[in-house]
Structure formats: structure tokens, C-alpha cells
Design a protein around this ligand. Structure first.
Ligand SMILES: [Zn+2]
Length: 279
């Protein structure tokens, strides 16, 4: 193992699937990989009523995430123990335990604690659009960015242990051209999903902001297996089952990132290397 490490900070079990290939590629290169999940996705879908009830969903999804992490090869898994806030405009937004209602200082402190424990070189979280605007995605984006800075400052959260400064923060994202292509594909094939109504101009990042594209083609079958662990979220009649596997693989063979904060990428950096210049 090298001294390098990557920590993915997300809101729900299955958010990590967008970068599962990159996480495995890191592990295969001797880079430690950890995963932080703010909630247990308590108000997500229940694809099959035999799998969970609204009361047990959080517990079931924790198990699903543990299984997905095991498939990817991640053993360092951290929960922040907040509650899923639900989609924007739903009654769950008002639950006092919801991640979006967390005290900001406390929420950032919990992320700082994980950063100081795990000591990541690189951190990855959602971009400022949260992929599709989920309130928890926006919250984890904002608070991870604050924790990235606070973790290295000994005057912040002294109770969370000695300061540790991670070196680079990335936003995991979709280039807008890819979003556009997906929305057009959905339209053409009459596939209805929450994603088909999202304006590709509003979500993901403009292509020129994407700094890194990681080729994860060798990991497509691993990605499929890891996603398969999130059984409660895989509605057999859902929109994604209508996408032919080869199309799905095409979309999932590259994972895109935008440089966010910290040490800039060297000008000649390999776009597939999140650690360029940090070795
Ligand atoms: Zn999510």
C-alpha cells in the first residue's frame, strides 16, 4: 500500500455507484479507499416489499451498502447517522433528524472527524448541482467542502483530533454533453424517469469544467455487481431496466470529475489520474 488514499463522501447508500470503478482502480493501484455516507437512505424506494418496510429500510440499506462496499473492496465505511431528507418538496424534508436540518457546525464536524481518522490524500463528493438536485446531495457537497478546509486547521474542532489537511478535492459529475445525450435517449425511447425531466443545462457541469475522465471499462462487470447489491433501489420495472446493457455500459465506462479545491492539477497531468503531482 502506498501512502495515498481517497475518501468518497456521499449522502445515501448507492450514491457511491457513480465512482465505483474509480474506487476499485485506486485499490488495485495500492491506494487506500474509504467511503462516508451521511444517511442510510431511509426514505428511498422499496423495489420489492419482501425486502424491507419503511421502518426497516435504513437498516436494510446499510446492509446493502456494506455488501456493495465489500464487492468494491472497501473496508473503511463511515456513517454520519443522519436521516435521509427525501426528494425536494416531500414531507420528509421537515423531519428534525433529516440531514438537511442538521446543525451546520455539527455536520461539518462529523465529516472533519472522519477526515482526521482516515487521512485521505484526495476527497470526492457531488458537484454543486448534486447530480440531480437532491437536497442531501447539495448538503454533502457544501459541508464536505467546508470540512476539507476545516480538517487541516488545528483551531477547528480540536476535539476531533490532530489537524490533517487532505490535498485535493474533486466533484464527481456528469459532463453536460453526456446528460444531454441521456435525456435525448430517454425521450427517443419513451423512457420516463425523474432524470428525463431535468434540464441538462442545469445539472452536471459544463464539459469544459470536467478536468478528469477515468476509464473504468475494465471494471464494468464489477460496477454491475456492486450496483446489484442495492436491491431495494432496483425496481424491476424502473426506467433504467429499459436501457440496453450495451448502452448502459457505454455511459458507465467513464467516470468524470472536476477539480474542486486544494493543490491544482499539474498542466501536463494525465486526465485519468486524480493523484497527479501528489505522489
Ligand atoms: Zn443519493
Amino acid at each position: 500500500m502506498s501512502d495515498l488514499s481517497i475518501l468518497a463522501c456521499y449522502a445515501h447508500p448507492d450514491d457511491e455507484q457513480g465512482i465505483s470503478g474509480t474506487l476499485r482502480l485506486c485499490l488495485d493501484s495500492g491506494i487506500r479507499a474509504g467511503l462516508l455516507c451521511a444517511t442510510r437512505g431511509e426514505v428511498g424506494e422499496i423495489a420489492d416489499p419482501s425486502l424491507a418496510t419503511p421502518e426497516t429500510l435504513g437498516e436494510v440499506r446499510e446492509k446493502e451498502l456494506r455488501q456493495a462496499a465489500q464487492i468494491i473492496g472497501i473496508s473503511d465505511l463511515y456513517f454520519l447517522d443522519y436521516r435521509d431528507s427525501g426528494m425536494d418538496g416531500t414531507p420528509e424534508n421537515k423531519d428534525p433528524r433529516a440531514f438537511v436540518n442538521a446543525d451546520e457546525h455539527e455536520a461539518v464536524g462529523r465529516i472533519v472527524q472522519v477526515i482526521r481518522d482516515f487521512k485521505p490524500t484526495v476527497i470526492v463528493t457531488f458537484d454543486a448541482t448534486g447530480g440531480y438536485g437532491h437536497p442531501d446531495h447539495l448538503a454533502i457537497h457544501r459541508w464536505t467542502a467546508q470540512a476539507f478546509t476545516a480538517a487541516g486547521d488545528p483551531s477547528c474542532y480540536p476535539e476531533a483530533g490532530p489537524a490533517f489537511a487532505p490535498r485535493r478535492l474533486f466533484w464527481s459529475s456528469f459532463p453536460r454533453s453526456v446528460r444531454k445525450m441521456m435525456v435525448e435517449y430517454f425521450k427517443e425511447h419513451n423512457i420516463h424517469s425523474v432524470f428525463s425531466n431535468l434540464s441538462p443545462e442545469k445539472y452536471g457541469l459544463p464539459d469544459e469544467m470536467i478536468t478528469n475522465r477515468v476509464n473504468v471499462k475494465p471494471y464494468l462487470s464489477l460496477k454491475r455487481r456492486a450496483l446489484g447489491a442495492h436491491r431495494t433501489q432496483l425496481n424491476p420495472n424502473g426506467p433504467f431496466t429499459k436501457i440496453p446493457p450495451e448502452k448502459w455500459d457505454e455511459w458507465r465506462s467513464v467516470e468524470s470529475f472536476a477539480f474542486g479545491m486544494g493543490e491544482p492539477l499539474p498542466p501536463d497531468a494525465d486526465p485519468g489520474d486524480l493523484f497527479a503531482g501528489l505522489r
